[in-house]
Design a binder for this molecule. Structure first.
Ligand code: SF4
Length: 480
């Protein structure tokens, strides 16, 4: 039977039912509804967490809300990356939870300068898309020398110069231990990997360092599942991840896709716990298994990464750092992991476009990601220095948010107040979108600012500003 979300009543019956409001909701039922939509967490109910008399109920709630695919946390002193934690096979059934983490490798045959350059490239990779910064997540430090000292040296350089959590990659437990010896307790790397030959020693390391452990069994699902059973039940290791192999060639590719799909299906539909762990794809394997030139390998790595992300990979280990290989991955990940039940929104607040000063125009828009990026791009194209006030319309576009009463004077006033915009500009004039003309009075009343109705189409903003944003026009406007 597939995983099914608990009902609000099932959750409500286990909450304290005092309607105290400490969670920020008017009552426990409202909190229960938010919980089943994954819009809040159990930790937001202080009585449930702090009062020991609710301890049993808390455990039952955790069980009801726990995902069929275990969530694993990887950490560095500066970043936390979560993988897995998935509930459904198809995004429209709920949403996907933790975006596929992308790791780039660094190997221990590289000299210090090359390592530092590669770290810089990994950390600086960023693509801004509809108000979000799309970035890489992890560094996979690989032992190719099989020398513990060399591996420890590389891990140390990476840990000291990067903010990202690590994956320690070697099939030799002595090498992995050397890596742990140079990391502080603030690090929680993933060990990659236990196999049929080294699982006992790797399990001991995972226990000693309280680290998550990947199991690799390329091309042998029976062995993969059998190791998951032994390590979870025999050794009590709960944080596991599964690598069924990323194989290429016609048969290899078909096997890989089927293996990923089968494991996720068994986890989510049959609630089979030995399949209920994050899945690891290794598109990097093309660099050792594929004949051909560098471009062939990069193409294949890009194709495999996209394919495996689509087929439930929770973590991808890659080698290519070129933008044309990684850009499709971060863009596709963004699309795949947005919540289909909610419009894509950007944070509200005030953005500086160009170099605005106290005389620059103040333009208002909504936080619907598409509207925001079009307006932003139109202002930039027009080369206007401006303050852009982005209000929280719950991700709705201008016309819809006006109709739904999400575009209100109160919302504009909130942003002006929280950003102290009135201290940054002298004129107290707001330009609102043409489609929001009918709320101009409401905005004036709530903010105390003079409102000018701008163009309906933001591509006209350049001409509009040129025509109306002059000293004389502003004087005339403010004297009305
Ligand atoms: S804090 Fe807990 S007990 Fe209080 S209203 Fe919220 S859910 Fe109910």
């Amino acid at each position: 039977m597939p995983w099914r979300p608990p009902t609000p009543i099932e959750i409500y019956q286990l909450l304290p039912q005092t309607n105290c409001g400490k969670c920020g909701e008017p009552n426990c039922m409202a909190f229960a509804v938010k919980l089943i939509n994954f819009d809040t967490t159990l930790e937001q109910c202080p009585p449930l967490i702090e009062d020991k008399s609710y301890a049993k109920n808390l455990e039952k709630l955790k069980a009801l809300l726990s995902p069929p695919v275990k969530e694993i946390v990887l950490r560095s002193p500066k970043r936390v990356v979560k993988i897995g934690g998935e509930y459904v096979l198809y995004r429209h059934e709920l949403r996907y939870m933790n975006p596929t983490a992308i790791a780039i490798d660094i190997d221990d045959s590289m000299d210090r300068d090359s390592i530092l350059k590669r770290i810089e490239a990994i950390e600086k990779f960023e693509y801004e898309y509809v108000g979000r910064k799309l970035k890489l997540d992890l560094i996979a430090v690989r032992s190719v020398t099989n020398d513990p000292k060399q591996f420890a040296k590389t891990v140390q350089i990476v840990a000291e110069n990067s903010t990202l959590p690590l994956i320690l990659c070697s099939l030799n437990p002595t090498v992995i231990e050397a890596g742990f010896n140079v990391l502080t307790q603030e690090h929680r790397p993933l060990i990659y990997a236990a196999t049929k030959d080294n699982w006992r020693e790797m399990a001991e390391l995972a226990k000693r360092y309280e680290a998550p452990l990947a199991i690799a069994s390329p091309g042998d699902l029976d062995m993969l599942v059998s190791l998951a059973k032994t390590l979870s039940e025999g050794f009590g290791i709960s944080d596991l991840a599964l690598d069924p192999g990323t194989l290429i060639g016609v048969n290899g590719l078909a096997y890989t896709v089927k293996a990923f799909t089968w494991l996720r299906y068994k986890a989510v539909y049959d609630l089979w716990k030995y399949a209920g762990y994050p899945l690891i794809g290794t598109p990097i394997s093309v660099w050792s298994s594929l004949e051909g030139d560098v471009m062939d390998k990069m193409w294949w790595e890009a194709i495999l990464a996209t394919l495996l992300m689509t087929r439930y990979a929770d973590l991808l280990i890659m080698h290519s750092i070129d933008g044309w290989v990684l850009l499709p991955q971060v863009m596709w990940r963004f699309q795949l992991y947005t919540d289909p039940r909610k419009p894509v929104a950007v944070p509200s607040g005030v953005r500086e476009i160009g170099k605005p000063d106290e005389k620059s125009p103040v333009i208002v828009t909504t936080n619907y990601a598409l509207t925001y990026s079009i307006v932003l791009s139109d202002i930039e194209k027009a080369k206007v220095n401006a303050w852009l006030v982005v209000i929280d319309t719950e991700g709705l576009a201008v016309d819809v948010s006006v109709a739904a009463r999400k575009f209100t004077g109160e919302k504009v006033a909130e942003v002006i107040k929280s950003s102290e915009l009135d201290k940054k500009v002298r004129h107290k004039v707001l330009i609102i979108p043409g489609k929001a003309a009918r709320v101009s009075g409401d905005v004036e009343d709530a903010t105390g600012w003079k409102v000018v109705v701008g163009p309906v189409d933001s591509s006209e903003i350049g001409k509009f500003i040129e025509k109306m944003w002059t000293e004389n026009k502003l004087k005339e406007l403010l004297s009305q």
